[in-house]
Structure formats: C-alpha cells, structure tokens
Write a protein that binds this ligand. Sequence first.
Ligand code: ADP
Ligand code: MG
Length: 253
Amino acid sequence: MGKTIAIANQKGGVGKTTTSVNLGACLAYIGKKVLLVDIDPQGNATSGIGIEKADVAQCIYDVLVDDVEAKDVIKPTSVENLYAIPATIQLAGAEIELVPTISREVRLKRALEEVKDQFDYIIIDCPPSLGLLTLNSLTASDSVLIPVQCEYYALEGLSQLLNTVRLVQKHLNQDLKIEGVLLTMLDARTNLGIQVIEEVKKYFQDKVYKTIIPRNVRLSEAPSHGEPIITYDSKSRGAEVYLDLAKEVVSNG
Ligand code: ADP
Ligand code: MG
C-alpha cells in the first residue's frame, strides 16, 4: 500500500513545487514507483516534469469535478517510475465549483484510493492557499510535508496551517500526520539562515528534516527545461540534497 504525502504551505514561493517534483523524481530514481499529483491551478509541477499543458486533454480538474477516474488521467513522465496527474488552469474554477457538491472534501481521497496500491508514494503539490483543493489534499494524505523557507518570518502563517491540519484531523482524516518540516532555500552566506534553522527547530523539534535544501541555481533552472534536477544535472548540489531527502523520507517509514 502506497504512502500519500501532501506538500503544503499556504505561503507561495517557499519551495512546495520544487520539493514535490524533486522529491518525487528522487524517490523514483532510488526505485520507488511514484505518482506526482499536481493540484495547483498554476500547474507548475506539471510543466516542471515536462508535461506540455496544451497537450493535456483531461487533468485533476476532471477527477475532482466530473468524477473521471484517476487511472484515466495518469501520464508517464520522462523519468522512469515517475507518473503524474497534471493540472491545467481549468482547475482554477474547481475551488468554487466544488462548493455546492456532495462530499466536496473527500473527492481526491476517493479517486486516489483506486490507484493507491499501484504506487509506493503519491506526492501531492498543493496550491498556496488553505481552500478546498488543499483540504482535499490533506484529507487524501497519510501525512503532510511542510516546506519552510529560510527567511525572516519563516514561522509566520504556520499556526494557520497547523490549525487547518488539526481541523482535518478532527473532521475529515484522523490519521493525518506531520511527515516533516523541510527547510528550503538556505543562503549559507548569511547568519540569518542559521537563526531561522534554530527557530524552526525549537518549534518543530525532531520533525525537522536533517536534510536542508540550500539555494541552488540549477534547481531554479531545471523547471524551464521540463526536468527534475536528478536528470537535468545529477551532479549538482540540488540533486544531492533532494536525493538525501528522498532517502530520509524512506527511512522515516
Ligand atoms: P511554491 O511552490 O511554494 O510556490 P516553488 O517551488 O515554485 O515554490 O519555488 C519558488 C521559486 O523559487 C521558483 O522559481 C523556484 O525555481 C525557486 N526555488 C525553489 N527552491 C529553490 C532552491 N533551493 N534554490 C534556488 N531556487 C529555488
Ligand atoms: Mg507551487
């Protein structure tokens, strides 16, 4: 039975998509069968993995809103063992269209249940909000991985996210766990990063991954080539650290 991990933080630009794509690809690289689910209307994970949005006939929108089966929207990627359910801008309407529908928060969970046993890991790239799409993701997941950018106010907004996690645990998915907190975009040249690491560790303690993601230019270049870092530049620091993260995630069980 596969493990489903939502990558969530309602702040934009903290590294959710970079982590979804590269953790997914690195898990696949070490032999796990992985499904990457893009549930952000911006579709950055979709293009980041090399899927041309113009060529996508059906996406996660059709699964959530029109009851299309997950297996019918899963696409292979250029990375062996890595599959994806893409998102297109059509998904932007889902947040509103789902409001009056029955069991609106459990639609993704029901859809993924049908394919879960075919994968070792399902990674869900959440949008930068705590709306219905993120609620669907948290309800469908075994755990949530929270990327936190190493900058001032790193912890700001996290109490809101944790509150949402508690509400989901109470009403929708009592088994939801915190998978881990990932520090991202560390700039090793400043003292600020060190302060933030300490602050986040004080708050989340052993939930913080040993692996810390530094700023790495190759990581920011890879998406425009439609490739995860492990194929774009396997020798880069970015590839090294996301491979470390994948191993840490596996060893945490
Ligand atoms: P989110 O999905 O949370 O909005 P992204 O993963 O899209 O965040 O990252 C925001 C921007 O920062 C993107 O342009 C991405 O390429 C860049 N980025 C993310 N992580 C790193 C990193 N470790 N080093 C350099 N650039 C990064
Ligand atoms: Mg994103």
